[in-house]
Design a protein around this ligand. Structure first.
Ligand code: HEM
Length: 418
């Protein structure tokens, strides 16, 4: 039997960009669709309608994160080694999240704005100088990859020059299904050697080693940074185990840069494809202080899906799922669901009232860095728009081979400065 959702299990499907037409057909014909996978995996349910995604995300007792949030099926031994905050259910999840959540609240994050404008301004001025010299340049390398990672360096309180290593680790981890970026491709025999580390990537071992060296320093010389918080944290009087520390550090080191980098690249691509929107923002840059920013995040969502696992037999829409079944929540599809959003295939800077799914929705795992990500995207777009008259593609954008991260590897552009 042919399965309409089958291409969603194949990272090749996403090399041409998000499969929005397939998502639209699934929402209309089979909103909770069985998606077969190659053995040893067992397949999963693809959930594509907005309301179903929200309902599953909210009901963590029935749809647990504790068997992992990627589609890779993990045995108990792997879970012991690879579990982080994001793969944990309450009440443990609540205790872990509290350890660093205050550092991502709106008040703290707004305090970064001046620093952020400085980094963004420098990256853009360098990029414009390069454009003046050589014409076309890669916006991913010279802009998107420069900003979020430097903010992360500040949150970790490490020297700015660590940023190239952090970027390369991020690429190698989320690139584990992309032959250009992976050290060891997921699903190959060689990846068995790394089955106990996140993404089955040797890069994870380097991140762990780096995190531990920072933790050792911060235990003797504490500061006011993420590493100090994790290295000195206790839950019920117990410090975090080494594994808990490793996996939490890796989650922050990855989530803190990779997704926002993609958000910037995807928003730049949106501007290129909608010159009228660029003109409007040049006239009213203040629009980005309002819902227009979310329209960029709706249109270019950096995360394709998160997985849940049914803890008991349950019904989603009118489909019965069984205890143990995997469920993928396809956020880009929910963001364009005509049942929840009027004219969803129109990019509209004046759109209001959108229940955005880009950062997850409703459940305990709602993105901890959403304020920070929004501020980074807003400042980058405002500073870019203030410096250019126009922006155009100078080649074909190259996409990450992944059904997990909506990644742009290269975005060749030309700019006309103001
Ligand atoms: C545009 C950029 C970003 C996007 C699209 C994004 C998206 C997401 C999504 C979809 C989730 C899972 C939500 C769920 O399962 O319900 C998540 C969780 C998370 N994000 Fe983000 N994220 C972004 C930026 C950031 C940043 C800058 C940080 C900062 C460190 C961050 C840290 C986290 C953490 C720690 C979690 C796990 C939260 C938990 O399990 O309680 N994210 N993010």
């Amino acid at each position: 039997m042919d399965h309409l959702a089958a291409p969603l299990a194949d990272p090749d499907t996403f090399v041409a960009g998000p499969p929005y037409e397939l998502f639209a057909r699934l929402r209309a014909q089979e909103p909770v669709a069985w998606t077969p996978e190659e053995p040893p995996h067992h397949g999963f349910w693809s959930v594509t309608r907005h309301a179903d995604i929200v309902r599953v995300g909210r009901d963590w007792q029935t749809f647990s994160s504790a068997r992992g949030v990627s589609l890779e099926e993990l045995d108990d031994e792997q879970l012991v080694h690879r579990t982080s905050l994001i793969d944990t259910d309450p009440p443990r999840h609540t205790a872990l999240r509290k350890l660093v959540a205050p550092m991502f609240g709106p008040k703290v994050v707004n305090g970064y704005e001046t620093f952020l404008r400085g980094i963004v301004g420098r990256a853009l001025d360098d990029a414009l100088a390069l454009a003046g010299l050589q014409g076309a340049f890669d916006l991913v390398e010279h802009v998107s990859s420069q900003v979020p990672v430097r903010v992360l360096c500040r949150l970790l309180d490490v020297d700015d020059d660590v940023h190239t290593r952090l970027t390369s680790w991020g690429d190698r981890l989320v690139g584990h299904t992309d032959p250009e970026l992976a050290d060891v491709l997921l699903g190959t025999e060689e990846s068995e050697k790394y089955r106990l580390v996140p993404f089955r990537s040797p890069a994870a071992l380097e991140v762990f080693e780096y995190g531990r060296s920072l933790a050792a320093r911060r235990r003797s010389e504490p500061g006011d940074d993420l590493v100090t918080r994790l290295a000195t944290a206790t839950i019920d009087g117990e410090p975090l185990s080494e594994k808990d520390f490793d996996n939490y550090f890796l989650l922050l080191a990855l989530a803190g840069q990779e997704t926002t980098r993609q958000a910037v690249s995807l928003a730049a691509l949106t501007l290129i494809e909608h010159p009228d929107a660029l003109a409007r923002l040049q006239e009213w840059p203040g629009l980005l202080d309002g819902p227009a920013l979310d329209e960029f995040l709706r249109w270019g969502p950096p995360v394709y899906h998160m997985r849940r696992t049914a803890t008991r037999d349950a019904v989603i829409g009118d489909v019965e799922v069984r205890a143990g079944d995997k469920i993928a929540l396809w956020y880009p599809s929910g963001n364009r669901d005509e049942r929840a959003i009027p004219d969803p295939v129109v990019f509209d800077l004046d759109r209001t009232g959108v229940d955005l799914l880009t950062f997850g929705k409703g459940g305990p795992h709602f993105c901890m860095g959403s304020f920070l990500a929004r501020l980074e995207l807003k400042v980058t777009l405002q500073e870019l728009i203030a410096r250019i008259d126009s922006i155009a593609l100078a080649g074909t954008p190259e996409r990450l081979r992944s059904n997990f991260v909506n990644g742009v590897k290269r975005l060749p552009v030309t700019l006309t400065p103001r």
